[in-house]
Design a protein around this ligand. Structure first.
Ligand SMILES: C[S@@+](CC[C@H](N)C(=O)[O-])C[C@H]1O[C@@H](n2cnc3c(N)ncnc32)[C@H](O)[C@@H]1O
Length: 320
């Protein structure tokens, strides 16, 4: 296995905002290289428990070796969307903190065999879980231009989504990342290719999100995570692009509401209760020092909320 390189982003911010104490039970739903997990394990000590979830076999193998002999570490191959099931199987009812550090690790991006990066010439793949069937090669070679354009627009927000999709279809078969880059570059007018980020950036993001179904289940995963927390327990989520950030922000905000009745009603008749309060009023971002050391922290945003005790409602008797 290639060396597992990944620098944890916003490490100090994560550790201090999760309010970790000795003996706590914590879930790291995106184990990766175990950078955050190492610091969590230090805080919770040998009497704590860290359930480290990842869907990537390489990440799990690396962390099993890294934390070998640590009685608090419990690695699980799964999707964090299944964290309720994972806890049920482990006989855990509630936990004290949960971390989700979304997206891919540097290891996945830099490992040529994984086919995630437009910077390396390699076979198209992009699966986080290499036992999954669907991969980037299928998406690029089998989907219609309409379907591709929709994915590139929705998950990549690329204004040239239609042209890119048409050029991809026209240049099939496309087997490698550099062949895909060539089709994308041909689709984007020269003026726009010269400005801004790499022309392939948005399309790769879109295909990766689609292949790994990264966005659709996020809202439910956040709700599940909050349902697993003890009162006072905290959920921290690091996002890396606007689509993730939007999903995290709106779901946490929804969970913070104590009423969802129409604005004009004087009396609350809904059964919505406040489930969390925001700990971070604004997302935490990387310091200049961290950015110098790790440019990949550039777009990282950390949002943290805390589970609150439910306040029961009497329908029809709550003035807003
Ligand atoms: C940004 S990295 C995490 C890095 C980690 N925090 C560290 O400090 O090394 C994201 C990791 O989460 C995993 N991952 C992404 N989505 C996942 C999901 N839905 N379920 C389980 N693992 C996931 C990826 O395979 C990757 O290893």
């Amino acid at each position: 296995m290639q060396e597992f390189s990944h620098k944890p982003v916003l490490l100090d911010e994560v550790i201090s905002s999760l309010n970790l104490k000795e003996g706590m039970t914590v879930i790291d739903g995106t184990l990766g290289g175990g950078g955050h997990s190492a610091a969590i394990l230090e805080k919770i000590g040998p009497t704590g428990r860290l359930i480290g979830i990842d869907r990537d076999n390489d990440a799990l193998a690396h962390c099993k070796e890294k934390f070998k002999g640590n009685p608090a570490f419990c690695p699980v191959k799964s999707n964090y969307c299944n964290m309720k099931e994972v806890c049920r199987e482990l006989g855990i009812q509630k936990v004290d903190a949960i971390l989700l550090d979304l997206g891919v690790s540097s290891y996945q991006l830099d490992n040529v065999e994984r086919g995630f990066s437009y910077m390396h010439d390699c076979a198209l793949d992009m699966r986080m879980d290499t036992t999954q069937e669907l991969c980037a090669h299928d998406v690029v070679n089998n989907m219609s231009a309409e379907e591709l354009a929709k994915i590139i627009w929705e998950y990549g927000e690329d204004k040239f989504s239609r042209r890119i999709a048409e050029f991809i279809v026209k240049n099939r078969p496309i087997n490698t990342t550099f062949e895909l880059n060539k089709a994308i570059e041909a689709a984007i007018p020269a003026k726009f290719r010269r400005e801004g980020p790499h022309p392939s950036k948005r399309t790769y993001q879109a295909i990766r999100i689609y292949v790994n179904n990264e966005l659709q289940p996020l809202e439910d995963a956040i709700k599940d995570a909050v349902s697993l927390l003890n009162v006072g327990g905290r959920l921290g989520i690091i996002s890396f692009h606007s689509l993730e950030a939007r999903a995290v922000k709106t779901t946490m905000k929804y969970l913070e509401l104590s009423c969802i009745c129409p604005k004009q009603s004087i009396i609350c008749t809904c059964d919505k209760v406040q489930e969390v309060k925001m700990v971070t009023k604004k997302p935490l971002v990387a310091s200049d020092a961290e950015l110098l050391d790790n440019p990949r922290a550039r777009s990282a945003e950390l949002r943290v909320c805390e589970k609150v005790a439910p306040v029961p409602k009497k329908n029809g008797a709550n003035y807003r």
